[in-house]
Design a binder for this molecule. Structure first.
Ligand SMILES: [Fe+2]
Length: 310
């Protein structure tokens, strides 16, 4: 349903694309966006979580200037651009192995992950290469009361292993609260989240496996078919996304990433980080990364001096 929307002099059309998130917006020229347009976009983003603006065809500098109006930009901490070297642009080309075909929110392995991402579709295949987004707040809301209660007391370790940097880690609450809406959202994803901090690795694998599958349930998602020139804007604090690897032609995107938000827990942590109760053994390797992040290397090394299993 198309809903004409007016704010001061601004007139634009908003078409909702799915029940939980996603809307297409026409009638706003992003390269000319000023304070009124930015305020309207911020408000629409809080309501719909991911927005699509077809037929914008922004030049690189226009894309960057538009992004700067939302906050400080960062390119990518670990990956290099295949074509351009602009310090605030992150570029992905399918021909260069750039395809995010696992559910994630952008750079969640950082202590202050991305607030929002603004993607410019430069070149896309005639069919295939759609992107899906899921509402992590709708996914939290639909959990049972006991599962919500458990998740509210937990935190999780994220790492940059997909970029060969499993040493880059951060711990975030499993349920974060959105600073503007106050809405709670699951904040674990299959791409970057490695471990529930308060649980054994076996328990963690079970719970993370469940939660990450749950978030990707079709009922919480929207799927978007791209055309070159479209700009997409999404809120990484309450959504995750996934690119379908079902095409063979070139697909090139450029993204700016707005930084500056530290996830806030919906509730205070309820338990201490997991501590092994068994002796050191082969399964201890599953705790190494968590030990390192927590500065527990010394304990582990002392323990290893007792000898290694044969
Ligand atoms: Fe992404």
């Amino acid at each position: 349903m198309a809903l004409p929307s007016k704010s001061n002099q601004l007139s634009h059309e908003v078409v909702q694309l799915a029940g939980e998130l996603g809307a297409e917006v026409r009638g706003i020229s992003l390269k000319d966006a000023g304070a009124i347009e930015i305020a309207a976009i911020r408000s629409l983003l809080l309501e719909h979580q991911v927005l699509f603006f077809p037929d914008q065809f922004l030049q690189l500098d226009e894309h960057v200037s538009f992004g700067r109006q939302f906050g400080e930009l960062e390119s990518h901490p670990n990956l290099n651009n295949p074509f351009t070297q602009h310090p605030e642009i992150f570029e992905l080309a399918a021909s260069h192995g750039g395809l995010a075909d696992e559910w994630h929110s952008d750079i969640s392995f950082q202590a202050e992950p991305s607030v929002m991402s603004i993607l410019n579709m430069i070149e896309c295949p005639p069919v295939g290469g759609d992107t899906m987004w899921a509402s992590a707040s709708a996914a939290f809301d639909a959990l049972s009361a006991p599962m919500q209660d458990l998740c509210l007391g937990l935190s999780a370790l994220h790492d940059a292993a997909p970029h060969d940097r499993s040493d880059l880690t951060a711990i975030h609450p499993v349920v974060r609260v959105h600073p503007q809406t106050g809405r709670r959202a699951l904040f674990v994803n299959e791409h970057f989240t490695r471990r529930i901090v308060e649980m054994s690795h076996r328990e963690s694998d079970l719970l993370l496996g469940y939660l990450t599958r749950w978030i990707s349930s079709p009922r919480f998602t929207v799927r978007y078919r791209w055309q070159a020139g479209t700009i997409a804007i999404w809120d990484n604090r309450c959504t995750q996304h996934f690119v379908l690897s079902d095409f063979s032609e070139q697909r090139v995107i450029q993204r700016v990433t707005v930084m500056g938000d530290q996830p806030k827990a919906a509730e205070a942590p309820r338990w201490q980080p997991f501590v092994r109760t068994e002796n050191e053994g082969a399964t201890s390797r599953y705790d190494t990364q968590l030990d390192r992040h927590l500065g527990r290397d010394a304990i582990r090394l002392d323990s290893n001096k007792k000898g290694s299993p044969e």
